[in-house]
Design a protein around this ligand. Structure first.
Ligand SMILES: *Cc1c(COP(=O)(O)O)cnc(C)c1O
Length: 394
């Protein structure tokens, strides 16, 4: 008699527990790690009273981000969503414009577009990079747009399409060369949603250097955290100055007068959070090494299980492996929910990808191309525990 194969969920749980050396207990999806100067720097803020909108850590944190990413200017803000909002405003996105974004992304990408009064327009992904499919986008734009006076119009809605936001999914870089080429052909601004991709490189250059503007996030679940936080990246000095101005209530510098020359935003990152960020930046190279090691061991171990593969960085890129990805074969995609259920009952916090944004109430009626690959990815992706400390026993 043939013995029935153990459930795939159980097999996956066993591999995760074996690789991470965590025989029992709860395994979170992604935990922050504070093993450096976090306490020292945060305590210093409290001891000196510089906890809020003034203090030296914000400037230092911005400098550390610049050094690490090779970007000329970084502007620290309260979160990644706020960073995207400012990026979009500085890209000239106005009410009634459309902005091309993936449907497979965290909702912040779409919300930031909405904050500008603009409309998300959903674009499909590709398997190779998990990011926007430039070839498909090119064909689509050729069909539905026309350029008038240097502006790309959607012939169906009559609205200008102003920008495109490639999102580096789970830390894997979008094929930026091709994306930028398409964007240039259609006069679109490129804003990188690099919220998940600090430490990710495309063709040897850190992500965020390919678009005109980019956003990072330092939320608690990202590769480094400031509690909550984000940053705007750009190589353009004028845009950097505007980003700083807009995110600090558009206050004109003066020792005592309150003069604000436009409607600004209170998006500045507090010094307390920046202090945490400075300590985390010191650890980032170690985190990246550990994450790479964890991914390598996961990759090898999951190759022994039929029906799925561990997603690895594609050609030309170096991924930060922020959240590790299992891709189920089409034939077993219908077992995804059962796998999630088993893993959770065993205390292993695996997660599906986000629900596709065009299927959520606020974004159901937005324009979209055929989103077949996004649908495939959403039905087949499982994210598995990826915290830095899990590499210690891998
Ligand atoms: C985390 C994240 C953001 C920004 O999130 P915040 O919580 O506002 O910092 C934006 N886009 C993506 C894809 C993200 O994962």
């Amino acid at each position: 008699m043939e013995t029935a194969r153990r459930s795939l969920g159980t097999e996956i749980v066993e591999v995760i527990r074996r690789v991470t050396g965590q025989a029992g207990g709860t395994l979170p999806l992604h935990e922050p790690e504070f093993s450096g100067n976090e306490w020292t720097y945060v305590k210093e803020c409290i001891d000196t009273g510089w906890v809020s909108s003034v203090g030296a850590y914000v400037d230092l944190f911005e400098k550390r981000l610049q050094e690490f990413t090779g970007i000329r200017y970084a502007v620290a803000v309260v979160n990644g969503t706020a960073a995207l909002h400012i990026c979009l405003m500085l890209s000239g996105v106005r009410p009634g414009d459309e902005v091309l974004i993936p449907s497979l992304t965290f909702i912040a990408t779409a919300n930031a577009v909405s904050y500008c009064g603009a409309i998300p327009h959903f674009v499909d992904n590709e398997f190779r990079t998990l990011g926007l499919d430039s070839a498909k986008l090119q064909d689509y734009l050729q069909d539905i747009t026309e350029i008038r006076s240097g502006i790309c119009y959607n012939k169906i809605t009559g609205r200008p399409i102003r920008a495109v936001i490639p999102m580096h999914t789970f830390g894997h870089a979008v094929d930026m060369d091709r994306l930028v080429e398409v964007a240039n052909r259609y006069s679109l601004q490129v804003i990188e949603d690099a919220a998940e991709a600090l430490g990710t490189y495309y063709k040897g250059k850190h992500v965020g250097n390919w678009g005109t503007l980019a956003a990072l996030s330092f939320n608690g679940n990202k590769i480094i955290t400031t509690g909550g936080g984000g940053a705007i990246l750009t190589n353009d000095e004028a845009l950097a100055k505007k980003a700083k101005h807009l995110s600090t209530t558009a206050k004109v510098p003066h020792s005592w007068e309150y003069v604000h020359d436009e409607i600004g935003y209170n998006y500045r990152l507090p010094n307390l959070n920046a202090a945490l960020g400075c300590a985390q930046m010191e650890q980032l190279p170690v985190y990246l090494e550990k994450k790479r090691k964890l991914a390598e061991v996961y990759c090898k171990s999951f190759s022994e299980i039929d029906g799925l593969r561990f997603y690895t960085e594609h050609e030309f890129t170096r991924s930060n492996y922020w959240l590790n990805v299992l891709l189920l074969d089409v034939s077993i995609a219908d077992q995804k929910d059962e796998i999630l259920r088993i893993a959770h009952s065993e205390g292993v916090m695996v997660r599906p990808a986000w629900k596709l944004l065009h299927q959520l109430d606020p974004y159901r009626s937005c324009p979209q191309m055929n989103l077949e690959t996004a649908g495939q990815l959403a039905s087949r992706i499982i994210n598995i525990p990826s915290s830095v400390n899990l590499a210690d026993q891998a």
